[in-house]
Design a protein around this ligand. Structure first.
Ligand code: ADP
Ligand code: ADP
Length: 232
């Protein structure tokens, strides 16, 4: 069974002569235990597709399934619960809570859900992301790259069924980028999670199982087994 499906998604902005088509009848299936990178030029619809898949935005037509749940049928409360229980987000707008420490931010989704924190996994994730000695710091005391890695740790620590990322390596140096990509790879290989990220980072192709290319709101290529050299 697929982890997520986009069916004939069309998203328009504006109306009449000024209508912008961000997505045109996009269909894609994201299998469980698969790591997909979505690439393409700026303005090709990558963020819009990601936001529709993650239930953060609604398409003008078409539908999105997470597992066998049709998002268009969900009321706000059910959507919030689905996002909280089943989806991890690594987005550019990190939404870290400024008054909480890195550690508290990382475990916040689990604390809100009343779920236990797997201490061993927490230690593994924070260690691999180089956060071990930053856990007591608040976001304002962290570098941009550290803030981004905290957001990544927060998305991973509860082992959600599906992880969505929007430029998860966007502001990171190459060492941190490699750590983030390899930990996402590990989420798939070790825990069977599903990962879908939007990225401009050619290195992501070497970690992903599949690269979906968008142009002008359409899927123009969908390939498996690419490496970074195929993108550069
Ligand atoms: P990408 O993530 O590939 O850069 P986006 O999904 O952000 O592309 O945008 C796709 C298209 O939709 C672009 O032409 C963009 O200008 C347009 N667009 C995105 N968001 C809005 C918005 N809120 N209002 C109007 N147009 C938008
Ligand atoms: P972009 O990638 O185009 O810059 P953002 O990442 O800033 O877009 O986020 C776009 C929308 O998604 C915003 O409305 C933001 O509030 C929402 N969003 C981002 N991250 C999360 C999150 N972790 N949980 C809920 N909503 C989020």
């Amino acid at each position: 069974q697929a982890a997520a499906v986009a069916e004939n998604l069309t998203k328009t902005y504006g109306s009449g002569e000024t209508t912008v088509y961000a997505l045109r009848e996009v269909s894609a299936t994201f299998d469980r235990g698969q790591f997909t990178a979505i690439m393409g030029p700026s303005g090709s619809g990558k963020s819009t597709l990601m936001h529709c898949l993650a239930g953060l935005d609604t398409a003008s037509s078409g539908r999105v399934l997470i597992g066998d749940t049709d998002l268009s049928g969900l009321k706000d409360a059910a959507m919030t619960k689905l996002r909280r229980d089943r989806i991890g987000f690594v987005f550019q707008s990190f939404n870290l809570v400024p008054t909480l420490t890195a550690k508290e931010n990382i475990t916040l989704p689990l604390d809100i859900a009343g779920a236990a924190v797997d201490k061993e996994w927490f230690d593994t994730v924070t260690q691999r992301l180089g956060l071990t000695d930053r856990l007591g710091h608040r976001p304002s005391e962290l570098s941009g790259g550290q803030v981004q890695r905290v957001a990544c740790a927060r998305a991973l620590v509860g082992r959600p069924e599906i992880i969505f990322g929007d430029e998860p390596t966007g502001n990171l140096d190459s060492k941190s980028s490699a750590e983030v990509l390899s930990i996402l790879r590990g989420a798939v290989d070790d825990f069977g999670q599903t990962v879908v990220i939007v990225t401009h980072d050619p290195r992501a192709a070497s970690y992903a199982d599949r690269v979906v290319f968008l142009a002008d709101g359409q899927v123009v290529s969908d390939q498996s087994g690419l490496s970074a050299d195929d993108i550069y």
